[in-house]
Design a protein around this ligand. Structure first.
Ligand SMILES: [Zn+2]
Ligand SMILES: [Zn+2]
Length: 656
């Protein structure tokens, strides 16, 4: 029998008989590793451990994929998705299966499977499914791969009553397809693999939630249920993830939004539409006040534009062509058709075009808190984070080629200053540029692209901002910078985009008269810093877990009386602090002081001023801070000065 030379990548070499499995090869080369490996790369190509090596006439490189690598995690999550589907089929025969990919970038989920069960699944079903998954895992059932001709596979799934799988197979090129079964379970899937060798390699997983999904994301196609779960290489990693999730749930802006009376969503009036309550409205007002003052200080003009425009505008802008799926249907009046705006850009362009512009007028920076509407799919909506109507802190900068660099730098400085004021200290920056692949068609002149990309790079380098360069990720109409902030528990939130646009200036024929007296096309930069007021507010609520810094707090001070006898004095305190511009509430009711403190604490009010007979006589207040407790007695003046200084400096924490 012939033999094959094998080599562990960067390690031992050996010889095995032809037809040995990859698992046996690992065993021969490094028994310790063999027990841990999930799959292996053979000459760089990931395959199942059960794959047989045939004679090669040369040395074959083998590299184990271990559970503590990203590739290993991918295999675990992907294989667990199969285990999930097997358990669903076991418990709900007749279920039709869609797709079940692993997710590596979403901190909330590790995989999902889309299914249409004979009856809609409930959260209780998830518990039963998860239990069944553990049973199947304990049985140590092998994953088995088989290559079959495409028509055979289509027939197989047609017989099994799985039309969606047939569609997936027919969409795929090639003559043969690979199928994966879990032996001892009714489940077979069409899949490229690879997978873990046996189900008992899957030990650390949970199911998380159910949501709606459409087949192929298309609302015209069957509605499915998406079962989300996650999986890790070890129990310890899963437990760490579960602790993080509990912390995230404690901070969930939807829950805090209710508890702190910040906002509501009324599904009967439309999903994805936000109703800001007075307390949320205060936070928004503070965000807006700060932003507007900054915009004016930084040379922006503040504009207001309509919420609708004639369809013709959206044809010129190209939105009717390329963005129509995200726009609400046209509205009619007097035979004219209008559309709700999904973006503000064309309106700012209209303002730019309202006069003849000279190079001396540039840069022109137009900013608007512009409310836009997008027809997001119901299944994708999520609290304040994904909505259908939202207000962008949108701006467009029109400038000459010479001032591009300075403008980009100014946008970055603005963004980072803003984030620091709102308590974010850690950032992730991505630069999206053209790729080496010249097949992609980019609009705009070569020289303009070079200028734009150089401006983005030098703005980052001059500020020593670390960033990831994303080759080939630029939009066809221009390169961009994206900035994410990391919140208090380390989750990234993508907020800011600074984006060049070589498309709209062309479509709208934007011009300015240069120093040479000839017409030129201006550079156009879109930039939103918060992104959307709704989303940023949601991120803020979670970042602070509802305990806003003093300057943002809806109620900044609660005056709490110990006895009803000090009611008049408490009123004086209330009036004095309100007079100084603080947002103050008085609780002069009959409850015990401990209950009043607990209440204010629950409402996350930064300062509690406790007043009793002693304070009344001395003309003082006993100051409590929500996270540091008792700060002792202060005169009213003293407290007022401290609070106002904190507010004026927009201190991110309530630490005097
Ligand atoms: Zn698979
Ligand atoms: Zn824009």
């Amino acid at each position: 029998m012939s033999e094959i030379d094998v080599r562990m990548k960067g390690g031992a070499t050996g010889r095995v008989r032809a037809g040995a499995t990859v698992g046996e090869v690992l065993e021969r080369l490094d028994a310790g590793v063999a027990g841990q490996a999930l799959v292996a790369k053979v000459d760089g190509h990931a395959v199942d451990l059960a794959t047989r090596l045939e004679e090669g006439g040369r040395v074959i490189d083998v590299e184990p994929v271990m559970p503590d690598t990203l590739e290993g995690l991918d295999v675990i999550r992907h294989s667990t998705a199969h285990l999930l589907a097997a358990a669903v089929l076991d418990l709900f025969p007749g279920t039709k299966l869609g797709i079940g990919p692993a997710l590596l970038d979403d901190p909330r989920f590790g995989f999902f499977y889309d299914v249409i069960a004979p009856r809609p699944l409930t959260d209780d079903d998830l518990t039963a499914i998860e239990r069944r998954m553990h049973e199947l895992a304990d049985l140590g059932l092998p994953f088995r791969r088989e290559e079959v001709p495409k028509p055979t596979a289509v027939r197989l799934f047609a017989d099994r009553g799985e039309p969606l799988k047939c569609e997936l197979i027919e969409d795929k090129g090639g003559d043969t397809v690979s199928l994966y079964a879990i032996d001892g379970s009714p489940f077979v899937d069409f899949c490229l693999g690879p997978h873990v060798p046996r189900t008992d390699r899957l030990r650390a997983f949970v199911l998380i939630s159910l949501s709606g999904a459409y087949w192929k994301g298309d609302p015209q196609r069957p509605q499915m249920q998406r079962i989300y779960g996650t999986a890790f290489g070890t129990r310890a990693e899963l437990e760490a993830w579960m602790r993080q999730r509990e912390e995230a749930e404690r901070r969930d802006h939807r829950r805090l939004g209710r508890e702190l009376d910040l906002f509501s969503i009324h599904e009967q009036y439309g999903e994805g539409l936000i109703f800001w309550h007075p307390k949320g409205g205060i936070v928004r007002k503070e965000m807006e006040d700060y932003l507007r003052q900054q915009l004016l200080d930084r040379g922006y003009g503040l504009v207001h534009t309509p919420h609708i425009a004639r369809r013709e505008l959206w044809w010129v802008s190209g939105h009717e062509e390329s963005f129509a799926d995200s726009m609400f249907s046209p509205l009619g009046s007097e035979k004219t058709e209008f559309r709700l705006k999904p973006m503000n850009c064309p309106f700012h362009i209209a303002i730019y075009k309202s006069a003849r512009r000279s190079y001396r007028d540039l840069p022109i920076r137009l900013a608007e808190l512009g409310t836009v509407y997008r027809a997001e799919l119901t299944g994708t909506l999520h609290g304040l984070l994904r909505v259908r109507g939202f207000t962008q802190d949108d701006a467009h900068v029109f400038c000459t080629p010479e001032s591009v660099r300075g403008e980009i730098g100014a946008c970055l400085d603005f963004a980072f200053a803003l984030f620091r004021v709102f308590g974010f200290e850690t950032f992730r920056v991505e630069l999206s540029v053209r790729g080496p692949d010249s097949g992609k068609h980019y609009l705009g002149a070569e020289a303009d692209w070079r200028n734009a990309e150089a401006a983005l790079v030098s703005a980052l380098d001059e500020r020593s901002i670390p960033y990831r360069r994303m080759e080939g990720e630029a939009a066809f109409y221009g390169p961009k910078i994206d900035i994410s902030v990391e919140d208090a528990i380390g989750r990234p939130w993508q907020l800011t985009t600074v984006q060049f646009d070589f498309n709209l200036p062309e479509r709208f024929g934007l011009e300015y008269v240069g120093a040479d007296n000839a017409p030129h096309r201006p550079f156009m930069i879109h930039r939103a810093l918060f992104g959307s007021m709704e989303r940023f507010f949601g991120v803020l609520v979670e970042h602070y877990a509802g305990a806003f810094p003093l300057w943002l707090s809806p109620v900044q001070v609660a005056v709490l009386t110990i006895t009803e006898r000090v009611g008049a004095y408490a009123e004086t305190v209330l009036r004095a602090l309100r007079g100084a511009g603080l947002r103050v509430e008085l609780n002069a009711g009959g409850d015990k002081i401990a209950a009043k403190i607990r209440d204010a604490q629950m409402q996350k009010i930064p300062f509690m001023l406790v007043v009793g007979a002693r304070e009344m006589e001395a003309g003082t207040v006993a100051v409590r801070e929500r996270s540091r407790g008792d700060l002792g007695a202060m005169s009213l003046d003293e407290f007022e000065r401290m609070a106002l200084a904190l507010i004026r400096s927009r201190a991110p924490r309530t630490t005097p």
